[in-house]
Design a protein around this ligand. Sequence first.
Ligand SMILES: [Zn+2]
Length: 278
Amino acid sequence: MPELPEVETVRRTLKALITGKQIQHVTVRLPRIIQRPDDIQAFANLLAGHTIMDVERRGKFLRFILDGLVMVSHLRMEGRYGLYLQGDVLDKHTHVVFHFTDGTELRYHDVRQFGTMHLFQTGEDLQLKPLAKLGQEPLDPSFTLERFKEIVSSKSTKIKPLLLNQEYIVGIGNIYVDESLHLAGIHPETGAKALSDEQLEHLHQAIVSTLTEAVAAGGSSVKSYVNGQGESGTFQQQLLIYGRKNQPCTTCGTMIEKTVVAGRGTHYCPSCQRPSVI
Ligand SMILES: [Zn+2]
């Protein structure tokens, strides 16, 4: 599933490709992708004639900013957007097509069919589902060490599920949680309340640096992720721990182990990330 760096990369490429384009009409080939409004024809009718002003991001959601409307879209497992020319061969996994007045088309392609689109009037989307309950943006200047301590210290849970919970901090999924915990030398099953001030400082730094570097590399191309121009990211080559079971830790040479924490496959180094003694 794309996480913050991948969605941010898609956002940047789409912003460059489609800002200023006016929608002529919309074709919905798979109604279940459209979550709001209930009426698929209303979704298409509302968008017709509107111009894309910007593409923003909230957590792992894309926000297409139009004149008077906001379309919120989640790629879930394998959704992807691409810009095509009218007349290009249509793939059977293309579920929604936004036809622009200049003869180009934004196509939404999703083999797994789990992706979603919600359409709102301007000003509504951040107050309603699915964005309303989202937590702190980790790459926003407001994500200070103090803010991080405030979020973590009040929770009676293990640190990995806390970091995965989008109501606390957004955009971090399984890959970047494992990477951040490894970089900070913290065992994924450590209780949030058991973390020392020093560990919290290291973890805060690790989250920000891991996400920042991953964005700079265009995200990680694990599974079928590509950006809005069909290009792969390269951060998977820099991953220290994720997907490296039974390979030596780059810090200490100990074999990396894989276990399950909070129902998720979890990679860690048993030497660099020792469980805390409470
Ligand atoms: Zn190690």
